[in-house]
Design a protein around this ligand. Sequence first.
Ligand code: NDP
Length: 321
Amino acid sequence: MAKAVQITETGGPEVLRVTEVPDPQAGPGELLVDVAAAGVNYVDTYHRDGTYPVQLPLVLGVEGAGTVRAVGADVTGFAAGDRVAWAMAPGSYASVAAIPQTHAVKVPEGVGDDVAAAIALQGMTAHMLTRSVYPIADGDTVLVHAAAGGVGLLLVQLAKTRGARVLATGSTEQKRELARGAGADEVFGYEGFADRVKELTDGAGVHAVYDGVGATTFDDSLASLRVRGTMALFGAASGPVPPVDPQRLNRGGSLYLTRPTLAHFMTTREELDWRAGELFEAVAAGSLNVRIGHTYPLDEAAQAHADLQGRKTTGKLLLIP
Ligand code: NDP
């Protein structure tokens, strides 16, 4: 039997139940993995509370790292004993998980399971945003919200690596200090941030805003953009953004608005290996620092969700089975 965090109904953190489930089997194209660390992501809370519809019962979690125990039919390139990490694969809050090989990458020597689990989804999201959604050019100025968060701290560092001037928000002085430590050039709170951005850019605005906060920041994020700037709305930590009149993009200066998800930016083996490979290389080279804010036993998944949604966390949260 495997230990797993399952939901049978949607709701608050209290619907998370630690339970025993039959060991999953590796179906065709799947890897059966002993999970060393499962990543906690904001999307897990959307699955838990029904913001994103899911089929019940569901073992939560879409990210992790561990060691392959067995491979299913038609698997190529992976074998028992390989250390792997994965993103966007359900069932990760468990001691054993069946992961589609299309979502898994091998973890190189020298990168620990905890770091691999921490960058599989959030690192690839930051990579997707800075390399593909709005590919940063040297000298661009960008705005990153919730810069001390899991995605945020990685995003700031990758944006700096691309040569951007990075403006960043965080709700507390401790969070702002972490964002500065990650390389952000200017860091401030959310109150009046669009005015602050305009001040810091001589009235022009930024080339792109990376906004995973959503409802409470969306309007000011649009107002922070320069002519033909890009609004990359990639999450809704403060709630979903109401419908938008396209004319607002015209009035704002022929703006681009996009709502990307990582699932559409890891659609081939080449793309997955490119993103993961660059992240692992950066970790190995010491140019990408991965902050594990807190590690919880699997039994405390509900506490991890409460802390994440209560804005009490920084960096990455991991669950250890
Ligand atoms: P974080 O670690 O960034 O935690 C969320 C942060 O959002 C909080 O710490 C808080 O930082 C900020 N926040 C602002 N307003 C609120 C609010 N009302 N309630 C809670 N938090 C708030 O989480 P993740 O790194 O896991 O995810 C960040 C965002 O990225 C999420 O929206 C998530 O859905 C999205 N995401 C999207 C992906 C995609 O493919 N599109 C993939 C991965 C993540 P502060 O206190 O400083 O404001």
